[in-house]
Design a protein around this ligand. Structure first.
Ligand code: HEM
Length: 443
């Protein structure tokens, strides 16, 4: 078996059939021609959407004129119960202010301070790892949630509140297991939203727990006893323009997104990475050839492991698609798009584009050291998006991903299980339809 790719749908299907496929999984609902097209238009009675694979268009939307292409309001709909007014869903001035307060906590210098907490979570994941046939998506979710709690609030996942948030979050996802159609594209209000019962209740529970943690931290900051971690850093950073810090309620929204965006995504990437190690034993041996667990300075020298992780993010970008909306009529490759068009940017298709990448579906970490890959990486690689709305945690996630991968590869041998063929589908992030089971033994 090689790196799995979902089967594409037939080129022509009825709208009804398309919506049904889309609801089940947006990846397999697309035709194969999207891996070759520079742009594609989808017309339905409710909306028009435009998938842009042309690097010049992607740059226009994300980097050159992002203010003309804000996030579509509908995008947050499925997530709103849990994310409130977090930086992931806001636009305009509110979003700018939030980024001014949050960004300093993730800058390079802070990453060095955060490193020991990430490394401790990695060691805990190694110590916890079961042997035999193991479903690694669940293990990696556990590990990535641990990273977030340790770096944000200086507590391990075993902490009582942390483990309650983790469990409540799992319940939340069960009530809303698929990236839902209504959250993704604008449908009229009468179309059922597929929100299941229980979604609001579990969102309320998560928010209550996060509020408890945030209020406790505010009290520690006031008493001068707060640990020096990301939560303290963010809660004590004043907006340089207004001098105001986050109110507790607004901080709760941000913690919710750090938890969601920070652990679902990294967990997805790490689980696919372990599958790739299992499927490509030579890659695994090279990634495992480490004498010691790396420290912060050594991490930047782990070139091969970084290339493995980059290649995983190319073939299995945890955030497979992003949607923006044009605020004025726009010419896209000669097509005049009326205001309110849904502009879909798809790392999933861009990263496997047949006219950009050489052997796009091959898992080949060595491509990252070739000259010809440079242009592809610059023009057609955006696992963390690009421009001002780029992932806040991109640097953090690269440290976390490379370090945990190195720690796990050094500790264990991963092998495929006969008869198990994981198929990628888009849930909140790119996951395997029935999980990823691997045989794990100690090295
Ligand atoms: C492999 C791991 C990760 C991947 C692939 C990833 C990917 C992304 C992508 C593609 C976006 C842009 C979404 C859009 O514009 O629609 C994004 C936004 C964001 N990510 Fe990440 N992310 C990862 C890890 C993290 C971590 C560890 C954190 C925080 C601890 C984080 C925090 C955020 C936040 C706050 C945003 C919203 C930024 C904004 O809209 O201004 N992410 N991420």
């Amino acid at each position: 078996m090689t790196a799995p790719k979902p089967k594409a749908r037939a080129d022509r299907v009825s709208l009804w059939h398309y919506l049904r496929l889309f609801r089940a999984d947006i990846l397999s609902a697309q035709p194969a021609r999207l891996y070759r097209a520079w742009m594609a238009e989808f017309r339905t009675p409710f909306f028009r959407s435009y998938l842009c694979n042309d690097p010049a268009l992607v740059a226009r939307v994300l980097v050159e004129r992002p203010e003309d292409f804000p996030k579509s309001n509908r995008i947050g709909e499925g997530l709103r119960p849990i994310l409130g007014n977090s930086v992931f869903v806001t636009n305009g001035e509110v979003w700018k202010r939030q980024r001014r307060i949050i960004d300093p906590a993730f800058e390079g210098g802070r990453l060095r301070d955060t490193f020991p907490a990430i490394a401790a979570a990695g060691q805990a994941a190694v110590a916890r790892m079961p042997l035999g046939v193991v479903e690694v998506e669940a293990e990696m979710s556990h590990a990535a949630a641990d990273v977030i709690f340790r770096t944000l609030f200086s507590i391990p996942i075993e902490d009582q509140i942390a483990s309650q948030v983790f469990d409540a979050f799992r319940d939340y996802q069960r009530t809303q297991p698929l990236l839902n159609l209504a959250a993704f594209l604008p449908l009229p209000a009468w179309v059922p939203r597929f929100h299941r019962r229980g979604t609001k209740a579990s969102a309320a529970k998560i928010r209550a727990l996060i509020t408890q943690m945030t209020e406790a931290r505010a009290a520690q900051i006031a008493a001068g006893t707060a640990p020096d971690d990301l939560a303290t850093k963010i809660m004590t950073t004043a907006d340089p323009l207004t001098g105001a810090c986050f109110e507790t309620a607004e901080m709760v929204d941000q913690v919710a997104i750090f938890f969601l965006a920070g652990h679902e995504t990294s967990a997805s990437a790490l689980a696919w990475a372990l599958l790739m190690l299992a499927l490509y034993p030579q890659v695994q041996e090279q990634a495992a050839a480490l004498d010691d667990a790396p420290d912060f300075a050594a991490l930047s020298k782990l070139r091969y492991t970084r290339d493995v992780f980059r290649e995983v993010l190319r073939l299995y970008p945890p955030v497979p698609m992003m949607v923006r909306e044009n605020t004025a009529p726009e010419d896209l490759r000669g097509r005049l798009v009326a205001k309110g068009g849904q502009i879909v940017l798809s790392p999933w298709h861009l990263h496997r584009h047949e006219r950009i990448w050489k052997n796009p579906d091959d898992f080949d970490p060595s491509r990252w050291q070739t000259e010809e890959n440079r242009a592809c990486a610059r023009d057609a690689y955006l696992p963390f998006s690009a421009g001002p709305r780029v992932c806040t945690g991109a640097g953090f996630a690269m440290v976390e991903g490379v370090l945990l991968l190195a720690q796990l590869a050094r500790g264990f041998r991963f092998e495929p299980v006969a008869g198990e063929d994981p198929v990628p589908v888009a849930h909140l992030t790119v996951r395997a339809r029935d999980g990823i089971r691997l045989r794990i033994s100690r090295r």
